[in-house]
Design a protein around this ligand. Sequence first.
Ligand code: ADP
Length: 214
Amino acid sequence: MRLILLGPPGAGKGTQAQRLVAKYGLVQLSTGDMLRAAVKAGTPVGRQVQQIMARGELCPDTLVVGIVGQRIDEPDARNGFILDGFPRTVPQAMALDRILAAKGHDLDAVIELQVDENALLRRIENRIAEMKAKGEALRDDDNAQVLHNRLKAYREMTAPLIAYYRQKGVLRPINGMASIDEVTAAIDRVLTLKSAADGLARAESKKKSEQLSS
Ligand code: ADP
């Protein structure tokens, strides 16, 4: 299964991705995590993106596409993955289409977590307060001004992907304002429907080829 989780910062992509990993044995490919790891390790890529990320802006498409393209080729991702935080721009989505097409793969679904912006701000403020209370280190980009930039980047650069994937017929909108368990259940329904539809399509094409050969 090859899935994309799409939604603004704080929509719950990471939480749902972890549940999908546990349930379906898929790997979670989070570009945010990969880029943060590069920053932490002080690699050339990390040095290039550190300031961009701290401002809440988007890293260059070519850089992010390169990272994802390599990661998708690793053995643990061959049978399926959940992309979390990628693609974030139309050029990234087009590059992903090319990468998958070259391997003869398709996207199974783009799960769009729909949330309202005021709720997002509250969620992220809560997340920051919880982390502070636990004495955990905050992310450089978890503060009000940077959050504003992250939401702006989402609206301007990432939201157009909703139309892009709707047009391709793979968009599956889900109400991200429901409880975590309800969102998980809604995603499960989408994936169950999808595999039933795939099974039906396979049976149809088998029947057709049998008819042709008899
Ligand atoms: P969020 O919780 O805001 O969704 P992520 O952890 O997905 O954040 O990403 C953090 C930062 O990493 C982004 O603000 C951006 O600077 C960078 N980043 C992550 N994924 C991408 C991407 N696909 N394209 C460009 N920049 C990215």
